[in-house]
Design a binder for this molecule. Sequence first.
Ligand code: SF4
Length: 106
Amino acid sequence: MKIEEKLTILSDGAKYDVSCSSSGSDGSFTGSTVGNCSLGGICHTFSSDGRCISLLKVLFTNYCIYDCSYCINRVSNDIRRASFTPKELAELTINFYKRNCIEGLF
Ligand code: SF4
């Protein structure tokens, strides 16, 4: 599986964690409506000194052997599965960082 595909699956899987839930918007404002928040990916949070910072928000894996009924990643749920290797996630993170897209990883 290509790393882009893993990133799509595992950033989408991270959207259920409400921490750092802000991720920008699609900007599809029309009259009386408001835009939709973007799906998972890069989210915003605040540092201890009050700066707004961007984080790459992604799961390391969505494989799980347990079956907690409330969880999207439960073993009985029929979803696409993926895992990063530590090297893949480290390289993804540092490459986003070098391009000034993120300040950290969540
Ligand atoms: S199924 Fe349960 S143990 Fe597995 S990831 Fe979800 S909450 Fe965690």
